[in-house]
Design a protein around this ligand. Structure first.
Ligand code: F6R
Length: 364
């Protein structure tokens, strides 16, 4: 039932404050991550010295964000790979490596094959972050953390992605605590996480503004998404969302790579969508924006007001709530979901069932 919404995708975008709260429920206290959420065998957390994350599509993008969290908070090396590559190569497994899969459906053929291969290798254990409790992935993994997002009907993944990120943040903090994160820092992180549902709700308030911007994309054939740090995987996810439902060719680059090639694409017909975090990368990113502006590129910036980018001419500004640095990738996802949704509606595509795509990719 789509309720008041025209499409499942929009209904699912709007469910995010609620399902992120459901994902946090019972997994954090006022000051701690509750390791009991990993089941009776949470002892593995102490032993993790490495993490291999394997997934496909949007779930892979969630994994890319987790690499930043794990290495930053826990100092634990993490590699992230798409399942269709991982499963066909010889993988070197360092001592005490956690094998972590991410999947909305738990039925993606390549991800399942990767898990089956991993079980023959010398991993510490296998953990699945998954949305479907009865899925094959959950059944075949040693440990599971459910995302609790409820059924996702729209083919373009939205609430499954932000709850995967939430579950990955819980996991990253749990591993960090075992690697010497102070109780004080844990408490600050957990309290920030408790604000996530209201931050996401605040981000949704820009819907009407984003709908207006979307009109300007209808006649575009290409778009470029830029981000730095953990915002780079969010740029990848924003570009995937735009491609899959509006059929506009989009690419994502780490902003620092611009002058190594893609800058050649920039002219007045190229919209550039940039996620600006409010952290120590801000000045670097501002100079990347100037490079683009100098070439006539149309700049769409998603940032908080304290960045003062709302006052720049030549920039179409969308406000994103100012949040703790660790939460920025989750909160910045929301406006990009809304943008791709509204562009698709303007273009008249089949938003919930884009051409050539299936909700669950059970064949390789
Ligand atoms: C894109 C999308 C896909 C899936 C991918 C993996 O919006 O939904 O890229 O993320 O097919 O699916 P799961 O997460 O079910 O393994």
């Amino acid at each position: 039932d789509k309720g008041e919404f025209r499409h499942y995708m929009m209904k699912e975008i709007y469910e995010q404050p609620k399902v992120i709260a459901a994902c946090l429920e019972g997994r954090i206290s006022e000051s701690k991550v509750l390791t009991s959420c990993f089941g009776a065998d949470s002892g593995f957390l102490k032993e993790v010295e490495n993490v291999h994350i394997v997934a496909c599509g949007t779930s892979y993008h969630a994994g890319l964000v987790a690499k930043y969290w794990l290495e930053d908070l826990a100092g634990v090396p993490c590699s992230v790979e798409v399942a269709s590559e991982y499963r066909y190569r010889k993988v070197a497994v360092p001592k005490n490596t956690l094998f972590l899969t991410l999947s909305q459906s738990g039925e993606t053929a390549d991800t399942l094959a990767a898990l089956r291969m991993a079980k023959t290798l010398a991993y510490l254990t296998t953990l699945a972050i998954c949305n479907v409790p009865s899925s094959t992935l959950v059944r075949e993994s040693a440990l599971t953390l459910l995302t609790n997002a409820g059924a996702e009907i729209g083919v373009a993944s939205t609430k499954a992605f932000t709850t995967q990120l939430t579950a990955l943040l819980i996991t990253s903090v749990a591993i960090a605590v075992e690697n010497g994160l102070s109780a004080e820092k844990e408490k600050a992180l957990v309290q920030a996480m408790r604000s996530l549902p209201s931050y996401v709700n605040a981000a949704l308030q820009e819907d009407a503004h984003i709908k207006k911007i979307a009109d300007r994309f209808a006649n575009k054939h290409h778009a470029l998404f830029l981000g730095r740090g953990a915002m780079f995987p969010i740029a990848l996810e924003g570009s995937l969302k735009l491609k899959e439902i509006s059929y506009i060719h989009a690419e994502a680059y780490p902003a620092g790579e611009l002058k190594h090639g893609p800058l050649a694409l920039v002219d007045e017909n190229m919209p550039i969508i940039t996620m600006v975090p409010h952290n120590d990368m801000l000045d670097k990113l501002k100079s990347n924006l100037q490079e683009v502006a100098a070439r006539g590129g149309e700049l769409y910036v998603f940032a908080d007001k304290d960045t003062e980018l709302n006052n720049e001419k030549n920039i179409t500004f969308t406000e994103v709530p100012k949040v703790e640095r660790i939460l920025e990738p989750i909160v910045h996802t929301i406006p990009l979901q809304l943008l791709s949704y509204h562009v698709a509606v303007v273009k008249g595509t089949d938003v919930d069932q884009p051409r050539n795509l299936a909700k669950s990719v059970t064949v390789e």
